[in-house]
Design a protein around this ligand. Structure first.
Ligand SMILES: Nc1ncnc2c1ncn2[C@@H]1O[C@H](COP(=O)(O)OP(=O)(O)OP(=O)(O)O)[C@@H](O)[C@H]1O
Length: 304
């Protein structure tokens, strides 16, 4: 659905995107992560035809970005939800969506059908007649997503869609995205700072200073860059410490709790079997996408 090759963006003296390449398959949930200022929004704006690339090639849904005709086709193929709310505060939600639909020259029948679709998916019944400017942040987000979907695009771009929302609204946004993907096979390109959102993506890319520093499934990234942690409390501390030292197991100790990094739950199990005679309690804590993010953004460039 999306193919990006050696994409670059130079702003005056600053190169914000430094030759990145990746592809996104149809129906994929693709998470684009990065430190502040890494170039996520710049990349997304280039893919959405809002910003000219300095160099590189991009095809979206088979259309080449950068030509008038290609950009027109791409705009019809994509829906975009921006970080900031972009609807007109003085119009109602339905008027905003209708105004958007007009830019795609949808027939009346198609508009009615598509409106019924977004009204149901985004639960607009209680807000469609209200002025956009009077809505809460969560209600605005529902309207923003409905507007992005009114022409039934194949690909939905979401730039930090849940930032600043309460947990219930975040959950609603996520359930809606999940449903859209399951029921319409929509491709979703997402930028986010919430690692738990990235953990459910099919593919994750992590950007730092305009370069890709990691790419893979959440599972492979966690295998490579996050450790599971085994915590141990010993009944017999002397014996426990001696056992760790004898086996040359690196550990941290805080207030009688010993922490050991393990590569898998199976390794934890093997250690637990050995330590069982002098063990009071234990816990295995799984590595997270947070660990991955911190690891790859604090260290040297890592290719996965
Ligand atoms: N119009 C512009 N002119 C000059 N520099 C810009 C412009 N827009 C962005 N930049 C710079 O380019 C870099 C990338 O910015 P961008 O907004 O793409 O990052 P981001 O990854 O989306 O960050 P954040 O997570 O903070 O939203 C930053 O250093 C930013 O200051």
């Amino acid at each position: 659905m999306i193919k990006v090759n050696e994409l670059r963006k130079q702003y005056a003296t600053h190169e914000a995107v430094k030759g990145i390449s990746f592809s996104v398959a149809q129906g994929e949930l693709f998470a684009f992560l990065g430190t502040n200022g890494a170039g996520k929004t710049t990349t997304m704006n280039m893919l959405c035809t809002l910003l000219d690339a300095t160099s590189g090639t991009v095809t979206i849904n088979g259309h080449l970005l950068g030509t008038q005709q290609g950009n027109d086709h791409i705009r019809r193929s994509i829906g975009v939800v921006f970080q900031q709310n972009v609807l007109d505060a003085r119009l109602t939600v339905e008027e905003n969506i209708r105004a958007r639909a007009a830019t795609y020259h949808l027939s009346k029948d198609t508009y009615m059908k598509n409106y019924a679709f977004v009204r149901e998916y985004l639960q607009l019944a209680d807000i469609e007649k209200r002025y956009y400017g009077t809505l809460s942040g969560g209600q605005k987000r529902r309207a923003d997503i409905a507007r992005a979907l009114i022409h039934r695009p194949h690909i939905l771009f979401l730039d930090e869609p849940t930032t600043g929302l309460d947990p219930k609204t975040r959950q609603f946004v996520w359930q809606t995205i999940k449903r859209l993907r399951e029921e319409t096979n929509m491709t979703v390109f997402l930028t986010t700072h919430y690692m738990e959102e990235a953990a459910v993506a099919d593919t994750v890319i992590i950007l730092k200073d305009g370069r890709i520093v990691a790419e893979g499934t959440p599972h492979t990234l966690k295998m490579m860059h996050a450790y599971d942690v085994l915590t141990l409390v010993f009944t017999d501390v002397m014996h426990g410490e001696q056992w760790l030292r004898d086996r040359q197991i690196a550990y941290d100790e805080k207030q009688g709790v010993y922490t050991v990094a393990v590569t898998s739950p199976l390794e934890a199990l093997q250690l637990l079997k050995q330590a069982e005679p002098f063990l009071a309690s234990f816990e295995v804590v799984k590595g997270t996408m947070d660990d991955v993010f911190l690891h790859v953004t604090n260290e040297e460039v890592v290719s996965v």
